[in-house]
Ligand binder design. Structure first.
Ligand code: HEC
Length: 270
């Protein structure tokens, strides 16, 4: 609900209860109020077909209500007839008759003038990794690999903390410029890149991934992404040229530690 719209509508209606506006006025106000609430006050917005249906029902209900007895019908009809035949209202009548087509034309014009945008390109964010990769000549089995320092978290928390600390250094020396000092992908260079650097605090990135997957992405970066699901245009560097295997495992520890998340556990197949 958008209260900024709903409350004023209610306030206007309550205010009008203390005035004498006649049945025609009420009919108009109820119609406009329902339209305003249906079109603007409901979040998420209703589809325009539903708004149309609602307005059709409201219009018919109002007509039925007006025609229930002769005096109601007269109190709506008479002011309208007076407005149309009384010479004293002639100029207003001309204004109203002229505005209706102008409003209709304006509506069509606005609807037709939406800026044309290219369709959004769907990008696979997490392509399937290869079965194995080579890191500085060493084969790494990406299906079964574990972070060699992860077990220390239980067995030797002090030693584990040292590796996390190393990971912090690696992160702030290399990654912070793009991925940001809150790991939200808002580093000082981030605005220059499309796709934007990954936001590790977001629940759709590292929590959904295994550490072996991160190792592959960090070691091979944008250049290592499979060609099939491209174009990637990823500015993520291939870190195998700059970091040791140990540093990559350590920065992975730090990514999870800093964002207080856990890597996705490996499914064990029998
Ligand atoms: C020049 C900017 C830049 C730097 C520096 C950078 N990255 Fe990235 N990174 C990106 C961009 C852009 C993406 C998103 C596109 C992609 O997935 O390749 C990304 C994606 C990633 C992903 C994939 C996340 C996912 O959900 O798939 C990981 C992991 C990652 N970066 C880790 C790192 C680490 C660790 C470092 C530092 C050693 C680093 N990045 C440094 C730009 C950068």
């Amino acid at each position: 609900m958008n209260w900024l719209i709903l409350l004023p509508v209610v306030a206007v209606i309550v205010g009008l209860l203390f005035t004498r506006i006649g049945l025609l006025g009420w009919v108009a106000i109820v119609w406009v109020a329902v339209y305003t609430v249906a079109s603007y006050a409901i979040i998420p917005p209703l589809p325009s077909s539903i708004v149309g249906l609602t307005m059709a029902i409201v219009t018919v209900s109002l007509l039925v209500y007006i025609s229930t007895d002769e005096s109601k019908l007269a109190s709506v009809r008479d002011p309208l007839v007076r407005f149309m035949v009384d010479r004293k209202y002639q100029n207003y009548l001309i204004a109203v008759v002229a505005t209706i087509p102008v409003l209709a034309a304006a509506r069509v014009y606005i609807q037709m003038n939406q800026p044309i945008e290219p369709p959004a390109v769907g990008r696979t964010i997490h392509p399937a990794p290869p079965q194995e990769m080579s890191f500085k000549g060493k084969k790494i089995d990406l299906v079964n690999v574990e972070n060699p320092y992860r077990a220390l978290e239980q067995s030797d928390p002090q030693e584990f903390a040292l590796h996390v600390e190393q990971g912090r250094r690696v992160y702030f020396e290399n990654c912070v410029f793009c991925h940001g000092d809150r790991m939200d992908g808002e580093g000082i260079f981030a605005h220059g890149y499309e796709p934007r650097p990954a936001n590790f605090a977001d629940p759709t990135t590292i929590v959904m991934l295994q550490e072996g997957y991160l190792f592959w992405r960090i070691a091979t970066g944008g250049p290592g992404l499979p060609a099939e699901s491209g174009p990637w245009n990823s500015s993520m560097p291939a870190w195998d040229q700059f970091l040791s295997e140990q540093e990559i495992w350590e920065v992975i520890l730090f990514l999870y530690d800093y964002t207080e998340q856990r890597p996705r556990a490996r499914e064990h197949h029998e």
